[in-house]
Design a protein around this ligand. Structure first.
Ligand code: IDP
Ligand code: MG
Length: 150
């Protein structure tokens, strides 16, 4: 098999705004309709320790504490999604970070908007590189996800 066809995995989070607004199904539906596979899924209340680890790259930024508070404000859904080029592909489905300018047709472009809050509430998280994906999957699914046999 062509090595470029090796499926990747990414970590997706439905953030508390997505769960509150009843959009878990809509978001999962877009992932599945695109043809990606869900290989793990967990509805959970995150704690501060897990979120500070997950968002470590943003520590010290002005929106860091509001981001942690927002992510603590209700349950989230964590998913591991698999498919060829899924890291890039899910970020395309999600759209730009700022929902006001996220392209129409994307999750953020269609379903989110500026709420006037200190932190941008944009429904979903998706890993941005293979290294981040591995790190983030380990944070949310340590010990529960069976390694692919490759
Ligand atoms: P991403 O989620 O599109 O990868 P990141 O830059 O990794 O965006 O930021 C993580 C999250 O922090 C964003 O999804 C958003 O909720 C929030 N955020 C990012 N930049 C800003 C900002 O400039 N102001 C307020 N919130 C922000
Ligand atoms: Mg990011």
């Amino acid at each position: 098999m062509n090595p470029t066809a090796t499926p990747e995995r990414t970590l997706v989070l439905v953030k508390p705004d997505g769960v509150r607004r009843g959009l878990i199904g809509e978001i999962i539906s877009r992932i599945e309709s695109k043809g990606y596979s869900i290989v793990a899924l967990r509805l959970m209340q995150a704690d501060r320790a897990i979120l500070e680890k997950h968002y470590a790259e943003h520590a010290g930024k002005s929106f860091f504490e509001p981001l942690i508070e927002f992510m603590l404000s209700g349950p989230i859904v964590a998913l591991v999604v698999e498919g060829n080029r899924v890291i890039e592909g899910f970020r395309s489905l999600a759209g730009a970070t700022d929902p006001t300018v996220a392209a129409a047709g994307t999750i953020r472009g269609n379903l989110a908007r500026d709420q006037g809050t200190q932190v941008v509430q944009n429904l979903v998280h998706g890993s941005d590189s293979p290294d981040s994906a591995k790190r983030e999957i380990d944070i949310f699914f340590a010990g529960v996800l069976i390694e692919r046999n490759k």
